[in-house]
Design a protein around this ligand. Structure first.
Ligand code: HEC
Length: 157
C-alpha cells in the first residue's frame, strides 16, 4: 500500500469514526444509558404471553408457538446475520419499530413500507418486560463469518 492509499484510507476511517460517534453527544445522547441484567427465561415467557410469536419465530427455538401470520410475513429473530444486533438496536426494534425497518423484512414489502407492521406495545410492556425480552432475544443472533478473505487482509499489506 503506498502513502496516498494510506492517507485515503486514514481519511475514510476518520469519517467512519466520526459518523459512529457523532450521535453520541448532545442532549439526546444515549450515553450513560445502562439497564440492569434481565432474565432470558422470563423474557421467553413475555415473548409468548405478548403474542410476539404471532409474527416471529426465534432461531433455534422450534418449540415456541407457531406464527399465525402468513408464512411470507413471518420475521425470524436471530440466526446468522452480517451484523449482530446490539442491545440498543434490539430495544429500539421493540419500542420504536419504524425507526429502522429490519433488513429481514421481505424486500418487496420493505420497499413500499416506511412504517413497521409491528404493533406498538409501549403501553403494555413494563420496563422489566422489555429488559427480559432483550436479554432473551440477543443471544440468538450469530455473526455470519465471510466465506472469503477480505481484500485488506491479503498478504503483504
Ligand atoms: C403483527 C406482526 C408482529 C408482531 C405481533 C410483532 N412483530 Fe416484531 N416485527 C414485525 C415485522 C414485520 C418486523 C420487521 C419490520 C421492522 O423492523 O419493524 C419486526 C421486527 C422485529 C424485530 C427486529 C428483528 C431483526 O432481527 O431485525 C424485533 C427484535 C421484534 N420485531 C420483536 C418483537 C417483539 C418482542 C414482539 C412482541 C412484543 C413483536 N416483535 C411483535 C412484526 C411483528
Amino acid at each position: 500500500m503506498n502513502a496516498t492509499m494510506r492517507r485515503v484510507m486514514g481519511l475514510g476511517l476518520g469519517i467512519v469514526a466520526l459518523l459512529a460517534t457523532g450521535c453520541d453527544r448532545g442532549p439526546k445522547s444515549m450515553r450513560g444509558f445502562v439497564l440492569p441484567e434481565g432474565s432470558a427465561q422470563r423474557g421467553e415467557q413475555v415473548f409468548v404471553a405478548m403474542k410476539c410469536t404471532a409474527c416471529h419465530r426465534v432461531d433455534g427455538l422450534p418449540a415456541l408457538p407457531a406464527p399465525t401470520a402468513a408464512a411470507d410475513r413471518v420475521v425470524v429473530i436471530g440466526g446468522e446475520v452480517a451484523r449482530v444486533k446490539t442491545y440498543g438496536q434490539l430495544l429500539t426494534a421493540i419500542v420504536h419499530p419504524s425507526f429502522e425497518l429490519s433488513p429481514k423484512m421481505p424486500r418487496e414489502r420493505a420497499e413500499k413500507a416506511t412504517v413497521s407492521p409491528m404493533p406498538s406495545v409501549n403501553d403494555k410492556l413494563t420496563v422489566m418486560h422489555l429488559i427480559d425480552l432483550v436479554t432473551f432475544l440477543q443471544p440468538h443472533y450469530r455473526k455470519l463469518e465471510p466465506l472469503y478473505e477480505p481484500y485488506y487482509s491479503a498478504p503483504g499489506m
